[in-house]
Design a protein around this ligand. Sequence first.
Ligand code: ATP
Length: 204
Amino acid sequence: MRISRLRLTGFKSFVEPTELRIEPGLTGVVGPNGCGKSNLLEAIRWVMGESSPKSMRSGGMDDVIFAGTETRPSRDFAEVALVCDTEGAPLPGLVAAGDGDALEVVRRIERGAGSAYRANGQDVRARDVALIFADAATGAHSPALVSQGKVAGIISAKPQERRQLLEEAAGIAGLHVRRKDAEQKLRATETNLARLADLLGDME
Ligand code: ATP
């Protein structure tokens, strides 16, 4: 999967709709301090499902919405769309076919009302988005996205954290998300079975 386009509207300093085409090969982002370079990487992590405001350098998630300046009023929503080329890889069952090999994931946040996600125009859950990107060996917490200070963090990482890096590289991170899902379902089923046994006991 290859990121081919990033669209931002009202996200942090990107108040006006802004679209960036990311061509194959190496892409560099250059600009003066404070022009929004890190905001771009944060937008990618955010649309992939980042849920921690702290790792978005924010106090609360609403802080990713353009806060206004002396000359421009604040906005009530922010939206980021990430268009990827699946390069022939199958889309997860829950995602409808897009335009050719395109997968478009959109996250939108309304002030005071939280976030909603769409994948190829269909409403999906944050968990579904996490799975889509985990299967593609990337995601909001993937070591594929290296933010400032992350390199030093990797050098001093604990063995368990290093193992996560290797698992990401091996492309099995999605299996962990599915295992967690399966374990939750198993626990819910066990609770239901125990309740059923109680009810049957009462009826005898
Ligand atoms: P550096 O080169 O110093 O690391 P940078 O180019 O990575 O800088 P960013 O950190 O991405 O810059 O952008 C910081 C800018 O984004 C600041 O000017 C800050 O005011 C602005 N900003 C962050 N959040 C918001 C927001 N919610 N609304 C408006 N502007 C915001």
